[in-house]
Design a protein around this ligand. Structure first.
Ligand code: FAD
Length: 323
């Protein structure tokens, strides 16, 4: 039984979330006596792809073509289907993202496979294949049994610890993969993507420093940005902050914004409404700074500081610079 793992590339590097996906898929393969095979689509050096071996992959199928330079969920799903068929894989793993979900749904239809998205744990594979996924914006977990021959799992970030030296099977074998292309997959093609900013991506960041209405206005954001820079963190915000144009909309975190799962989420002057918590409850550690000891966010926090954000942030920045 082989497990096929799709990984996302960014500027020729494997995204951190995809390294987790490889480790997750390798664990599933190991438990079932199978091989973990990675599918990479787009440009990347062999030395980068070989890294997959350190997370437990035996082989990397690498599909490159000028037409695949920019994301195309239809063509990518088509390539995934061909890879699954070639490798006779029974379990397919993708990282949770817009692209991962779109590819999973398309591949599921073609392969007559069940797809479960938002998976939060390793599956139970003794007896009926059973997975747990997060529902209602992370407020509950649903246990789902999968009975189809091919099973597709879209896995959330931070589901397992990634330790690149824990598996240490060495470098993975890189095998060029030349899929057949379907003309209809390229009826609309992206020809250029320009990033609007050069900041760290919120979905990939290990640390996020996020600000709420307690920051009082856009002119007060510098201490928060300085703290984020000192930590090498990305910056985020609550919905009203982006609605008020204090911060750009791509920083809006929560139920109606971006859902994040960093190792450390530091909330500055954010009350902790359920709609905001829905976007951060995948974080490993939450630190809340708020002057109101009754702020609801403290209930979801691992650590809390009760105090004025404008006094605390500069002191934290000084401390972070000494790290
Ligand atoms: P506030 O609720 O005003 O809280 C400000 C906090 O700052 C307070 O706790 C206060 O004690 C503290 N504070 C003030 N001054 C200081 C200081 N000097 N030092 C330290 N602390 C200070 N919200 C989201 O964030 N994301 C979403 O995706 C989202 N989606 C929504 C969807 C729907 C359908 C609805 C109805 C609402 C949604 N909201 C969302 C809004 C949400 O309900 C809250 O209104 C919002 O999260 C509150 O933002 P806030 O915590 O920044 O502001």
């Amino acid at each position: 039984m082989s497990v096929l793992i799709y990984i996302e590339l960014e500027n020729g590097s494997i995204k951190k979330t995809s390294l987790e996906t490889i480790a997750y898929g390798a664990k599933v393969a190991e438990k079932n006596g199978g091989k973990a095979i990675v599918l990479a689509i787009g440009n990347a050096d062999a030395s980068e792809l070989e890294k997959a071996g350190r997370y437990g992959a035996a082989k990397v199928l690498h599909a490159t073509d000028q037409r695949l330079e920019h994301e195309n969920s239809m063509a990518y799903a088509d390539i995934l289907v061909q890879a699954v068929q070639q490798e006779e894989s029974k379990v397919v793993i993708l990282p949770k993202s817009g692209l991962g979900d779109a590819m999973a749904a398309r591949a599921a239809a073609r392969l007559k496979a069940a797809v479960v998205s938002g998976v939060t744990q390793l599956p139970e594979t003794d007896g009926v294949f059973t997975v747990t996924r997060s529902v209602f914006s992370g407020k509950a977990f649903a246990t789902t049994q999968i009975h189809s021959e091919i099973k597709i799992l879209v896995v959330k970030k931070n589901v397992i610890e990634v330790d690149e030296n824990a598996v240490a099977t060495g470098n993975a074998e890189i095998v060029p993969f030349s899929p057949a292309f379907r003309g209809e997959d390229f009826k609309a093609t992206v020809i250029q993507v320009e990033k609007t900013n050069t900041e760290l991506s919120l979905t990939e960041a290990d640390i996020i420093v996020s600000g709420g209405r307690g920051m009082k206005g856009p002119e007060n954001w510098q201490p928060l940005v300085d703290f984020a820079h000192a930590l090498g963190a990305a910056t985020g915000c609550s919905k009203p902050v982006s609605d008020l144009d204090w911060r750009p909309h791509h920083e809006h975190i929560g139920q109606t914004g971006i859902k994040v799962a960093p190792n450390l989420y530091i909330a500055c002057g954010i009350s902790g409404a359920i709609q905001h918590l829905a976007g951060v409850n995948g974080s490993k550690c939450i630190v809340v700074i708020n002057k109101d000891p009754e702020a609801p966010f403290f209930k979801a926090a691992d650590y809390g500081i009760v105090g004025d954000i404008f006094e605390i942030l500069p002191r934290l920045t000084e401390a972070a610079k000494k790290l």
